[in-house]
Design a protein around this ligand. Structure first.
Ligand SMILES: [Zn+2]
Length: 215
């Protein structure tokens, strides 16, 4: 059983890569996004507390995140490989993550970091449009609409999300790099860091992941 932590900026396609591993290599996908949503729906008291932060776009305190994660993890199969996604977002969470793994008799095999240049991030995301009515997304290289500027499904005029504008992408990536670099440093020293360029195609990146993880 392998235990892998995946990280990457938005637009790096890390979720797609983890989904491929789940489909082909018996991985459990363990992330805080689904945890917050599911536990909140279940009216979990800590999730309700966490919601008061995340609904305002604020960081949920480390203790609260890990208290929830320690319970959330119980639902996953111990016999499977575990893929954690973005569960260490700041240095203070590293010892918490270590303890969580130890309590399940696991150690981290690899920290896989998907890297994306500013140019690649902008190229990938600023070419994305979305239908404000049915939420279908389009991309002017990878998924082109039939009538330029209008939704294939419902004919609504497509828009660009505010988050997908180049200036927003740039500042988001800078912020990401600033927060992730001390974390990368820790895992590099431990000798478990693998960096993978997220610019090539989904299939090419998947092949590299499989090779580097020895699957
Ligand atoms: Zn539409």
């Amino acid at each position: 059983m392998k235990t892998i932590l995946f990280h990457g900026p938005s637009g790096s396609g890390k979720d797609t890569q983890v989904d491929l591993l789940v489909d082909k290599y018996e991985f459990e996908n363990i992330g805080t996004g689904e945890m917050f949503r599911t536990m909140y729906k279940e009216a979990d008291l800590e999730a309700i507390k966490a919601y008061s932060y995340w609904s305002k776009g604020k960081f949920v305190p480390n203790d609260l995140v890990y208290s929830m994660l320690n319970r959330w993890i119980e639902k996953f199969d111990e016999q499977y490989n575990w893929a954690f996604v973005s569960v260490v977002r700041e240095v203070g969470q590293i010892p918490m993550f270590d303890r969580l793994l130890k309590s399940h008799n696991r150690t981290l095999d690899y920290f896989v970091h998907f890297t994306l240049s500013e140019q690649a991030a902008i190229e990938r995301m600023s070419l994305r449009t979305v239908c404000p009515y049915c939420d279908t997304t389009y991309h002017s290289i990878y998924k082109v609409e039939k009538v330029k500027g209008y939704c294939d499904k419902c004919g609504t005029k497509l828009i660009q999300r505010e988050d997908d504008q180049p200036e927003k992408i740039k500042s988001r990536l800078e912020e990401y790099n600033r927060t992730i670099s001390p974390i990368l440093e820790v895992y590099r020293k431990r000798g478990v860091l693998i960096e993978i360029d997220a610019t090539p195609s989904i299939e090419a990146i998947h092949k590299e992941v499989v090779t580097k993880l020895g699957l």
